[in-house]
Write a protein that binds this ligand. Structure first.
Ligand code: ADP
Ligand code: MG
Length: 737
């Protein structure tokens, strides 16, 4: 739900309005009201712009609750699809009910009252109801308000558990009052949709609102041209939505889903092809051709020999940099794979060609660490990188910014302070974004635009330690070229992972203490900063640090690092650990990214089911970085089967690419799609794990479509073109290139 809402929210940017086939009248009303209520305008097909208050029975309060879920317009509501369905059967005569079954009946209410009980907390409402065939009692628990709501003489539909002895009664789980404007059987009969809901906007209410919006569904604007629908045997968008919200058979939702998922994937593929075409033809880069010995000197001074994979990727990057087109390359490689040195060589290459290089990292800690690493790697060539972060004192920062502006500083390492400040580059040729998924879409975009005085685009190298399965890479990064460094450099150690039962916590601590006595160090990672931070209880860094220092690790020096500390406190804690002044570092995921302490050999992860699989893999990558093998001890009591599968996978394999595949199978691509560099961040309908076939079809049809109509200018493609523009708002006039 959360991802869904964010996606929707993000789409509210641009304002070119596509023609939609909802009545002009409704459209005009919306335009007027959107000015009055400041409803953000959102263009494109599938956008039925009328506010929800235009629906009968929907007032401002309901609209506000729906708005909080990202449902602002009738179109939003129509595209808020059920997550599952309750399979109820048709209503039956009371006389035909069978003891012990669950059934639906359609009855008249004779009388209703609260029945006194001895238990104070328990309030029972009991009603007498009848149909032509017989009479029965209906029972509700703890819903005393029904006595005021339901009047004798009302016609009801009830769904519940039937009991015939000792008394005839139905324990009601769903009810509805007929004749109130909603379709009969909405909550109680047939396939009943269950929507992602909130407390203020429960599924029942959503069902009623969608029911009220039913006439709009039939008028859904059609995005797919007839030739595509005919070729693939797909329903119209209107039919697909009706099938999803009001299915008559179990096949309806499947066909509806396939239709909507295909459309979404097609729009995505069209957009990605267009982005790449745009990048390759419309933008020029500063060709960076090395003419000296800087890169050579850096390479010769490396304290190790590059692996073949590092060599290969380095060569690819070298070729990209020398080209006329801006490099858009993603470098995937697990934590510890050795990406930093590849980045350093790329920087040396850029500097040798007379340009500047910037390295953008998500955290201060990582920026400082990169600065140290790059400083030692680049020093042999006489390059001294500068650091620009929010922590650098103002006067010093201005001095450094001046050095960047005049070009005396050739390599800059920084956090987003690089983006927000007025940092101007003399001749920025290369931007490296490390752990790029940590940056929001907007930040990355700002970065891409920060090309300095030159009119040309900078080369971009994205680096990520989160491996992405191939299907996803094609989809999420269709506009990037992807390289991977697989495996780890020689001498790097494997991490052995164990899932420790709570009962063996004592033994696990003894194992950690034994490592500490050998002079090694250990991390303990907790999901929360302080107790009570989360919705559900879990271990917190603050309390764990106190507990461990007082008890099991009282003989050792315990440090604490978390995101709620002042930056200088956190830095001090990290520095003390790096320097070996503390033995045990209790932390939140602030250590997930970047920190490199080769002497740390043990990683303890508390409440591991609270983390994603990719994140867990990154966290454990913090150990086994030196000459000693690493151990990862995981504590978790997952509440779900999926949680268990994730942890089992973590224990079984150290291969991040394999884990990514498993993760994809378990939970769909959800947050993985957040890695995408441009375009919509999450898929709303498609699930790549499930819709792989649709993805392949979409790629094929996208190519055919662009062969027929390279700029999507035919009338039949107008809404498709609009959809692409809506999905890729940062690429104006994409298809003009
Ligand atoms: P990451 O891909 O996570 O950014 P790093 O670049 O930090 O990985 O490299 C991890 C460690 O491996 C560093 O300490 C680095 O010095 C070391 N390393 C990198 N390449 C090699 C290599 N070819 N041989 C030996 N050690 C290497
Ligand atoms: Mg790194």
């Amino acid at each position: 739900m959360a991802t869904y809402a964010t996606t929707r929210a993000r789409c509210h940017k641009t304002a070119a309005v596509a023609s939609v086939s909802v009545s002009d009248d409704a459209f005009a009303r919306h335009r007027a009201s959107s000015r009055a209520h400041a409803v953000p305008a959102r263009p494109g097909p599938g956008w039925w712009p009328s506010p929800l208050t235009h629906l009968p029975g929907v007032g401002p309060a309901a609209a506000r609750h729906a708005g909080a879920m990202g449902l602002l317009t009738i179109g939003d509501l129509a595209e808020h699809l059920p997550s599952r369905y309750l399979a109820y059967d048709a209503a039956r005569p009371v006389a035909d009910l069978v003891d012990g079954e669950e059934a639906t009946i359609r009855v008249m209410l004779d009388s209703i009252a609260v029945v006194p009980t001895r238990r104070r907390r328990l309030r029972i409402v009991r009603a007498r109801v009848h149909d032509d065939s017989g009479t029965i009692s209906a029972v509700w628990f703890n819903q005393a308000y029904l006595v005021d709501l339901l009047e004798p003489g009302a016609e009801l539909m009830l769904r519940g558990q039937v009991q015939l002895r000792p008394q005839r009664q139905v324990t009601v789980k769903a009810y509805e009052v007929l004749g109130t404007g909603t379709s009969a059987g909405l909550h109680t009969e047939g396939l009943v949709p269950v929507y992602p809901a909130t407390e203020a906007m429960p599924a029942r209410r959503l069902r009623e609102m969608v029911d009220a919006a039913r006439p709009y569904l039939g008028a859904a604007p059609e995005v797919l041209p007839a030739w595509i629908r005919a070729r693939l045997g797909l329903a119209t968008r209107a039919d697909a939505l009706v099938a999803m919200h009001f299915p008559r058979t179990a096949r309806d939702p499947r066909a509806g889903h396939r239709r909507l998922a295909f459309e979404e994937l097609l729009v995505l593929q069209l957009g990605l092809i267009a982005v790449r075409r745009h990048e390759e033809t419309a933008r020029r880069a500063l060709p960076l051709v090395p003419t000296g010995t800087i890169a050579r000197r850096v390479r010769d001074a490396l304290p190790f020999t590059l692996t073949t994979e590092q060599e290969r990727v380095s060569r690819q990057i070298g070729r990209d940099l020398a080209g006329q087109r801006p490099m858009r390359r993603l470098l995937q490689g697990e934590v510890g794979a050795g990406k930093t040195v590849v980045a350093a060589l790329a920087c040396a290459h850029a500097v040798e060609a007379g340009a500047q290089a910037a390295i953008l990292v998500p955290t201060e800690t990582l920026a400082e660490q990169h600065l140290r690493t790059l400083d030692s790697l680049l020093a042999p060539a006489g390059i001294a990188p500068v650091l620009i972060t929010g922590n650098v004192p103002r006067a010093e920062r201005e001095r450094r910014e001046m050095a960047v502006a005049t070009g005396t500083a050739s390599v800059v390492v920084g956090t987003q302070a690089l983006l927000v400040g007025g940092v101007a580059f003399a001749r920025l040729g290369l931007v490296v974004v490390d752990e790029q998924h940590r940056f929001g879409v907007e930040q990355r975009q700002a970065l891409a635009d920060r090309t300095g005085a030159s009119a040309d685009a900078a080369h971009l190298l994205y680096m990520t330690a989160t491996p992405i399965p191939r299907t996803l890479a094609l989809t999420a990064y269709g506009d990037l070229r992807v390289s991977a460094i697989r495996g780890r450099p020689p001498g790097r150690q494997e991490v052995r992972t164990r899932w420790v039962p709570e009962a063996e916590r004592g033994e696990a601590y003894e194992e950690v203490r034994a490592e500490l006595r050998r002079g090694r160090q250990a991390y303990v990672i907790c999901p929360l900063v302080a107790e009570g931070d989360g919705d559900t209880p879990a271990r917190s860094a603050v309390e764990e640090a106190r507990r461990l220092a007082a008890g099991p690790f009282s003989a050792f020096r315990v440090g604490l690092a978390h995101g709620a500390q002042k930056p200088h406190e956190r830095r001090a804690a990290m520095a003390a650990f790096t320097a070996g002044e503390t033995d045990l570092l209790v932390a939140t995921t602030v250590v997930e990214v970047g920190i490199d302490v080769p002497n740390a050999t043990v990683m303890v992860i508390e409440d591991a089911d609270r983390f994603g699989l990719a994140q867990l893999h990154q966290i454990r990558g913090r150990v086994g970085r030196g000459e000693h093998p690493g151990t990862c001890l995981v504590f978790a009591e997952p509440a779900s089967e999926d949680g268990t599968r994730r942890l089992e996978a973590l224990v079984q394999t150290n291969d991040g690419f394999r884990l990514a595949d498993i993760d994809l199978d378990i939970r769909g691509e959800g947050s993985i799609m957040g890695l995408r560099q441009s375009g919509p961040t999450d898929l709303r309908f498609a699930r790549l794990s499930r819709d792989r076939r649709s993805l392949a079809e979409a790629r094929r049809i996208a190519r055919v479509t662009l062969e027929r109509d390279p700029r999507l200018e035919h009338a039949e493609h107008a809404l498709l073109a609009a959809a692409v523009h809506t999905a890729f708002p940062d690429m104006p006039r994409l298809l003009d290139a």
